[in-house]
Design a binder for this molecule. Sequence first.
Ligand SMILES: [Zn+2]
Ligand SMILES: [Zn+2]
Ligand SMILES: [Zn+2]
Length: 88
Amino acid sequence: MTESCAHIKGVTTVKHATHRACEECVKIGAQWVHLRTCQTCGVTLCCDNSPNRHATTHAKATSHPVIASAEPGERWLYCYPDDAFLEY
Ligand SMILES: [Zn+2]
Ligand SMILES: [Zn+2]
Ligand SMILES: [Zn+2]
């Protein structure tokens, strides 16, 4: 883990999940473990503990770097390219 990066510093308002569900899992009828919200486009997808890892797939496919946890009580941001983590 490194210190927070330029991508995370660029997030001035944290985007929160509009629906408490992984949009991609809902389409295929799959289950998820935890939810993450993309800070570039606002989509909410599932974490790396979930079978389909949609948040990571989305970040790699779109180059959207930063996600926030969409879990109640968790307040953190994570940047994929920099492996940077910040609690807010
Ligand atoms: Zn970054
Ligand atoms: Zn998913
Ligand atoms: Zn995105």
